[in-house]
Write a protein that binds this ligand. Structure first.
Ligand SMILES: NC(=O)C1=CN([C@@H]2O[C@H](COP(=O)(O)OP(=O)(O)OC[C@H]3O[C@@H](n4cnc5c(N)ncnc54)[C@H](OP(=O)(O)O)[C@@H]3O)[C@@H](O)[C@H]2O)C=CC1
Ligand SMILES: CC[C@](O)(C(C)=O)C(=O)O
Ligand SMILES: [Mg+2]
Ligand SMILES: [Mg+2]
Length: 491
């Protein structure tokens, strides 16, 4: 089994690496992409991140080409079409890697060891190898040639939205890191900063992080609030609405587009703004449901974080890799067969406000998931800025994928690592919430509260509003959103 780098470190160093996180001021990017100007950037893999990062980097004036495995070229696979139909130079490893100044490894995590092993001997002396996720270095302990610089530029966002936000003139929060074992020329930081500018990440926010901090937070965010909670929530809310006699097309549309609509409020004003979009009775109801959900789900969030920290999750997933992705492929097939996935969104008008008023339970699930993920990550030593990007800010970006083509699109767009973690969570959370869902009626999902007046108890409302505003995710969120002057409306 590979050697888990994190587990070889003494606790003191583990804690130090987990806490590496500094919000970088925009002035630190005043050199723009100049550190990469005139350098050859060769991307291995033209998939979700590969294609979209390449498009942004080229639009930022950089020299980008793709080195694909021979089979992809010979069989003219989708990755070959992605690169060639967008006008990029495409070649084999032998043709392009030897002249590369920076090789961007954007292949699936499962393939990293074999890809890096194949590509490294072809890399010229003193070149740079980059990743967008730290799994191969941290969880597999990949050793890279000493003359090579190793960096990470990790967008906290699905590949499709990395491109969409760039085209809107914005960007996505990004974590950068330089692998301490591989920075022979001391140029890693300059290269990582220029790369982050090239993808547009500097406009949303860049954290100076570590490979370890990125992995241990990214795995947690994707398994819980970002993908797992949205998957479990979609399935439970849809089945409950059918049970309550709600029209199937309406139910399908409310969920498919509801996550995107309610979480857009998160992007602009945090959990507080999302709940402020509800009537006072509905806000109190959503708050109470979310508090109930947090009590039930907290042990599951803790287990996911604990398994990520000690390497249990990685060992479990890598055992599936060795078993030809049996679980991943089986769970993917199961998801496709769910009633939600098989029911098209109805041709029915749902106003933006109706998504809130008829989606009180969805709002409660997002609040519970964001707060739990943030609380669990920070309790494990992840700094609040990183936990914010990995819980609250990225949720609407994932919700955008569900609005496109439901859970299929989300799971196809995120990495296989994230998809595996999402299913693992969903398999545990569905039964965990079974009793909770027995008490749920259509007033909180599908129809809305049957109130004819908005009267509430003042003391209770003040209590709820104070609790919402005082959660630590709201404090750091206000600071980080303050740096997002270029943020654009999506819905
Ligand atoms: N998906 C996302 O949104 C995010 C992903 N990341 C990270 O980015 C990296 C890439 O992930 P992602 O974009 O999802 O990957 P994808 O699965 O979308 O794309 C993988 C690409 O790699 C190619 N590939 C697959 N196997 C091999 C192999 N053995 N040798 C060479 N090429 C191969 C595929 O092309 P073909 O099969 O045609 O050869 C495809 O073009 C991962 O480290 C991931 O963790 C980070 C943030 C978000
Ligand atoms: C949320 C999943 C993710 O980490 C991402 C898009 O950031 C991934 O690995 O795909
Ligand atoms: Mg991620
Ligand atoms: Mg990930």
């Amino acid at each position: 089994m590979p050697n888990n780098y994190f587990n070889t470190l003494p606790l003191r160093e583990q804690l130090e690496q987990l806490a590496k996180c500094r919000f970088m001021d925009i002035s630190e990017f005043s050199d723009g992409v100049s550190a990469l100007k005139g350098k050859k950037m060769v991307i291995i893999g033209c998939g979700a991140q590969g294609l979209n990062q390449g498009l942004n980097l080229r639009d930022s004036g950089l020299d980008v080409s793709y080195a694909l495995r021979q089979a992809a070229i010979t069989e003219k696979r989708q990755s070959w079409k992605n690169a060639s139909e967008n006008g990029f130079t495409v070649g084999t490893y032998e043709e392009l890697v030897p002249t590369a100044d920076i090789v961007l490894n954007l292949t699936p995590d499962k393939q990293h060891t074999s890809v890096v092993t194949a590509v490294m001997p072809l890399m010229k002396q003193g070149a740079c190898l980059s990743y967008s996720h730290g799994f191969n270095i941290v969880e597999e302990g990949m050793k890279v040639r000493e003359d090579l610089t190793v960096i990470m530029v990790a967008p906290k966002c699905p590949g499709s939205e990395v491109r969409a936000e760039y085209v809107r003139g914005f960007g996505v929060p990004t974590l950068i890191a330089v692998h301490e074992d591989n920075d022979p020329k001391g140029e890693g930081l300059a290269l990582a900063k220029a790369y982050a500018v090239g993808t547009g990440g500097h406009k949303a926010g860049v954290l100076m992080s570590s490979f370890i901090a990125e992995v241990k937070s990214d795995l947690m965010g994707e398994q819980t609030i970002l993908c797992g909670m949205l998957q479990t929530g979609s399935l439970l809310c849809f089945d409950k609405m059918i049970e309550e006699g709600i029209d199937a097309g309406y139910a399908s549309k409310l969920i498919q587009f509801g996550w995107e609509t309610v979480t857009e409020a998160l992007k602009y004003g945090g959990v507080t703004n999302m709940l402020d979009r509800l009537s006072n009775p509905a806000k109190i109801k959503a708050f109470d449901l979310s508090e109930e959900l947090k009590v039930i789900m907290r042990p599951l969030y803790n287990k996911h974080q604990d398994d990520i920290i000690d390497g249990t999750f990685s060992r479990t997933m890598m055992a599936d890799w060795a078993n030809d992705d049996k679980n991943l492929l089986g769970w993917r097939a199961e998801t496709a067969e769910t009633a939600f996935e098989k029911t098209p969104a109805g041709d029915v008008e749902i106003s933006e406000q109706e998504y809130f008023d008829h989606g009180i339970l969805m709002v409660a699930m997002v609040k519970a998931g964001v707060e739990l993920a943030f609380e669990t990550m920070t309790a494990a030593g992840i700094v609040a800025d990183s936990a914010y990007y990995e819980s609250l800010h990225e949720t609407p970006l994932i919700a955008n994928t569900i609005a496109r083509k439901k859970l299929y699109e989300m799971n196809a767009t995120i990495s296989d690592t994230a998809e595996y973690g999402c299913y693992l969570y969903n398999h545990a959370c569905l039964p965990l919430l079974a009793d909770f869902m027995k008490g749920i009626k259509s007033d909180v999902i599908g129809r809305g509260l049957p109130v004819d007046d908005n009267g509430v108890d003042n003391a209770r409302l003040i209590e709820v509003n104070t609790a919402l505003r005082s959660h630590p995710v709201e404090a750091i969120g206000a600071v980080l959103r303050g740096h997002m002057a270029d943020m654009k409306k999506i819905v």
